[in-house]
Write a protein that binds this ligand. Structure first.
Ligand SMILES: [Zn+2]
Length: 254
């Protein structure tokens, strides 16, 4: 599933091929809004939380939210695509390269000032996220029954954490995922988001995700022994849409 690190890695792959290049074509099937015109250039490729943004010199921004299924591929002009063309949501052609976004459920082109990311909290995959703002947003957002597991996924509080880093962060912080946010003081909340930030940053590189030397600590390991205490890792499903949480009931006791 795309999380902040996945989006940032996609932006890193696309940037050298696209930035500064002239847009030869930008096709978005079923999109009837504005599109970059002839002669425009790509000014930037940005990862903001779970959004991948492409800025054009005419002032438009292409925004793709990849959710569970979407991905960006980059092909030399004329090379075959790894997925069927009918799954393409965006085809962006520049000299020598074609960038294709497949299966993203949420695609839009807007004026830069309305790029629809204003509702997102600080991006935890950047160098120095504003954790004071994150903690303030957490206090403003969370009702007393919100759990820390739900809060970590709330992109209005902080952008970038998905299911994998949610479970991993809470394990490393030794925190029961069902802990109500109201039970955590601001310093503890800040430490949790700082941990998520450091895990996301450490995974801004190709290859499998790693949060402990062996790989992942708990995510996807239900029934297998905790790497710290050998208690079987458990999984529960909460929320709408349902999301899995993995945790060690011994290391993360209430
Ligand atoms: Zn354990």
């Amino acid at each position: 599933m795309p999380e902040g690190d996945t989006i940032a890695n996609a932006a890193t792959r696309l940037r050298p091929a696209l930035v500064g290049r002239e847009v030869l074509a930008c096709r978005i099937p079923r999109w009837s809004g504005p599109l970059p015109g002839p002669g425009e250039r790509v000014e930037a490729v940005r990862a903001v939380g779970k959004h991948l943004l492409v800025d054009f010199s005419g002032g438009l921004t292409l925004r793709t939210h990849l959710r569970m299924s979407g991905r960006w591929d980059l092909y030399p002009t004329g090379a075959p695509w790894r997925r069927r063309p009918s799954a393409a949501r965006v085809v962006l052609e520049v000299p020598d390269w074609v960038a294709v976004c497949f299966s993203a459920p949420d695609v839009a082109v807007t004026r830069r000032d309305r790029a629809a990311t204003g509702h997102l909290g600080p991006d935890l995959a950047t160098g120095e996220p504003d954790l004071a703002t994150v903690v303030a947003r957490a206090g403003a957002t969370a009702d007393p029954t919100t759990t820390i597991a739900q809060l970590l996924l709330d992109q209005r509080v902080a952008a970038g954490v998905g299911n994998v880093f949610k479970s991993e962060t809470l394990f490393l912080e030794r925190l029961d995922p069902r802990t109500p946010v109201a039970a955590l003081d601001p310093d503890r909340l800040r430490a949790v988001f700082d941990r998520a930030h450091r895990l996301l940053r450490a995974n801004l590189r190709p290859g499998p995700r790693r949060t402990v030397p062996e790989g992942l600590a708990v995510y996807g390991r239900a029934g297998r022994p905790c790497r710290r205490c050998r208690t079987p890792v458990e999984r529960f499903v909460l929320g709408d849409p349902p999301r899995s949480t993995y945790w060690c009931p011994h290391c993360q006791a209430p």
